[in-house]
Design a protein around this ligand. Structure first.
Ligand SMILES: NC(=O)c1ccc[n+]([C@@H]2O[C@H](COP(=O)([O-])OP(=O)(O)OC[C@H]3O[C@@H](n4cnc5c(N)ncnc54)[C@H](OP(=O)(O)O)[C@@H]3O)[C@@H](O)[C@H]2O)c1
Length: 286
């Protein structure tokens, strides 16, 4: 059996490869792919097969996906207007290679969410249906790391900034999402499923601040801003303008409940409670 993972040079892909190894998949049955395989040489040293796969280069995809029984297609971290073409090329290559199952990492409520990010995921899911692809959709909510990564700045300034109002987000760790992906790739009965994956305990950004305060002993607040002001604050902090616009737009979606899920799909797939915000903050502080 060969399981191909795209984006293995990135964080979620690498964690999924690690989770597959932990689940006992022989290293030689895992194909870790990325645009630059030098970045996953350590995986090759452990016996994992590494191949170059660039969504912009169909020839590389044909080679990378050959012989795959399962494919984890991780959405690309590139400008949003290029993502759909990339995903379509990857799906086309997987169908040409007759891959029996494509697992695609999408986003919470991609079918109805109105954010810029959800649009590409919705279109990719539609393309999978249009092409009648044997697929399973892993709709991941936000990563907890999106917030733990902001801790140093939040502690320094005494506040998290956002534009999410009192919306709740079902964030979970990348490790938990990766473990769920590994379960889907190593067990049967997932074709056609759409999993809404998120943490067991959704939280507001004010609750995020309260949890950070309790964990650190440093008072941290949450400051809710109009989306434009939030995007400007991100730009001022060095975030590229386009990304700042997308992040502010995502916070508006969060406020509308578009990153909230209470399906329990993640917990069920990984067979344990999801990592809590408090535990993720404690781990990040270490
Ligand atoms: N749920 C969330 O909170 C959240 C947050 C951010 C992003 N995301 C989405 O989830 C995905 C995985 O997250 P992550 O944290 O693992 O992101 P990441 O660390 O940035 O990894 C993204 C991966 O996509 C690969 N990629 C980019 N362009 C590609 C192309 N043309 N062909 C093939 N691969 C390409 C990258 O390869 P290179 O090493 O070659 O660049 C990298 O391996 C992201 O790509 C993004 O779509 C979700």
């Amino acid at each position: 059996m060969s399981i191909v993972v795209t984006g293995a040079t990135g964080q979620l892909g690498r964690l999924t490869v690690e989770a597959l190894l932990r689940r006992g998949v022989p290293a030689a049955d895992i194909v870790a792919t990325g645009r630059d395989t030098a970045r996953i040489k350590d995986l090759a040293d452990r016996g994992v097969v590494t191949r170059r796969a660039d969504f912009a280069d169909p020839d590389s995809l044909a080679v990378a996906f050959a012989g795959a029984e399962k494919l984890l297609l991780i959405s690309a971290s590139i400008p949003v207007d290029e993502r759909l073409d990339h995903h379509r090329r990857a799906i086309d290559a997987a169908l040409t290679a007759e891959v029996p199952l494509i697992a695609y990492t999408s986003m919470t409520r991609a079918d109805t969410a109105r954010t810029i990010l959800a649009e590409t995921h919705r279109a990719t899911e539609e393309y999978l249906r249009e092409r009648d692809a044997p697929a399973v959709v892993l709709r991941n909510s936000w990563y907890l790391e999106n917030y733990t990564g902001q801790l140093p700045l939040a502690l320094q300034h005494g506040t998290f900034l956002g534009a999410a109002g009192d919306g709740t987000v079902s964030a979970a760790t990348r490790t938990d999402y990766a473990e769920a992906a590994a379960v889907v790739l190593t067990t049967e009965g997932h074709t056609g499923a759409v999993y809404e994956l998120g943490g067991d305990q959704a939280f507001t950004l004010a609750e995020l601040a309260a949890t950070a305060s309790a964990a650190t002993g440093t008072p941290v607040a949450y400051t809710d801003l109009p989306a434009g002001a939030f995007a400007q604050a991100l730009s001022d902090a060095g975030v590229p303008a386009e990304l700042a616009r997308i992040l502010a737009d995502s916070d508006l979606g969060l406020g509308r409940g578009e990153l909230f899920t209470d399906t329990g799909d993640l917990r069920r797939l990984i067979g344990r409670p999801t990592t809590t915000l408090a535990d993720a903050i404690t781990a990040a502080l270490r």
